[in-house]
Design a binder for this molecule. Structure first.
Ligand code: KG4
Ligand code: ZN
Length: 344
């Protein structure tokens, strides 16, 4: 069964084709991605209206490319899946509209997918896929959550951020240091040359006794430190970047370990853009190895938004018998959508 997946929730247009035949994990046949990052960089962040318009320009050429690379035709597609939410309303509407129009033209069913379910299941496309049950650390630009995942479609929220997401903490701190959007990867690069212990930055909620996070105070502390440095900031920027990264990573690692201890599970899955962070990966790997915990990540190029995870999640939900295929082509999008609602 061929599932076409379309992702357009933010500033990346992603399209992919998976084969979800049988009971094995869906196989990725091809995927294509267009990142709008350069366009938004001039504004220091995503401009929603520009994002929507660019998705319109990219989505069909990317779809053609994906079909060609897979050696398939659109007529062979069995299901068209798209990101229904959460994300930017206008951007989501482009993917939903195109997916429904395409499915209607082909007479095939259509399926809306939860963006975070895509992220969460994306490690199943890696060379070292996880097995259920596991704890998932979802760390993206908009979300920071720890979930208990018993099977496809069963997501129990263990803890989440009460303010900024981890990706947001990276991005906002990077912006204060004058780094380009999105700041996360730039800050991580700069941090390689710095000393993480050079500045003492707060680790909010580290000892809160629950699995919630808070990153808003960190950004303020970085701003205060940057102001204090004044003209020295330029020469100390790498140290400040390293200290910021160290604070975020320490909180993510400690809370993940606490979630493992609380659930008694021995598998941790890390997903979302911040999951690409090398420091997070190396510290989690070291801490988990000591405790006999296996950690699974998506392939690096599938950490940030992509169509493969949407096609995959659709395929896995179908295989799990969680979806009845719809041939109705009216649609809505869900800019705000709680992942735990899928378990209901
Ligand atoms: O999952 P994602 O692509 O989009 C959302 O669904 O939000 O995540 C994007 C976030 C951004 O905040 C970006 O700065 C961050 O992931 N990010 C990183 C790295 N690569 C991406 N943060 C830290 N280190 C990285 N290497
Ligand atoms: Zn995402």
């Amino acid at each position: 069964m061929l599932v076409l997946g379309i992702e357009s929730s933010c500033d990346e247009t992603g399209v992919a084709l998976v084969d979800a035949g049988g009971s094995e994990v869906p196989r990725l046949l091809s995927h294509a991605l267009y990142s709008q990052i350069q366009m938004h960089q001039a504004y220091g962040g995503v401009v929603p209206e520009l994002a929507s318009r660019d998705h319109i320009r990219r989505v069909l050429p990317l779809t053609r490319q994906v079909m060609e690379e897979a050696g398939q035709t659109l007529a062979q597609v069995d299901v068209v899946a798209y990101t229904r939410g959460p994300g930017l309303a206008g951007a989501l509407l482009v993917g939903a509209g195109v997916a429904c129009a395409l499915a209607a033209a082909l007479g095939k069913p259509v399926m809306g997918v939860h963006h975070l379910e895509g992220h969460l299941l994306s490690p199943f496309l890696s060379v070292d896929p996880p097995v259920f049950p596991f704890v998932a650390l979802l760390v993206s630009g908009g979300h920071t959550q720890l979930m208990r995942v018993d099977r496809v479609g069963s997501y129990e929220l263990l803890g989440e951020t009460i303010d900024d997401a981890a990706g947001e903490a990276f991005d906002k701190s990077a912006k204060l240091m004058g780094l380009p959007y999105p700041g996360g990867p730039h800050l991580a690069d700069l941090a390689r040359q710095g000393d993480g212990a050079a500045f003492k930055l707060p680790r909010p909620l580290l000892h809160s006794g629950n699995l919630d996070f808070s990153f808003a105070g960190l950004k303020t502390a970085v701003l205060t430190q940057a102001k204090k440095l004044g003209s020295e900031l330029e020469s100390r920027k790498a140290d400040l970047a390293a200290a910021t990264q160290a604070a975020i990573v320490e909180v993510l690692v400690k809370k993940s370990l606490a979630a493992m201890a609380q659930t008694g599970l021995k598998r941790l899955v890390v997903a979302g853009g911040v999951g690409a962070n090398a420091q997070l990966r190396s510290q989690l790997n070291a801490a988990c190895q000591q405790r006999g915990i296996r950690v699974h990540y998506p392939e690096l190029h599938l950490c940030t938004d992509n169509g493969a995870m949407i096609a995959l999640a659709a395929g896995m939900r179908l295989q799990a018998g969680l979806e009845t295929l719809q041939r109705g082509y009216t649609f809505d999008v869900k800019p705000r959508w709680n992942l735990a609602e899928l378990s209901a």
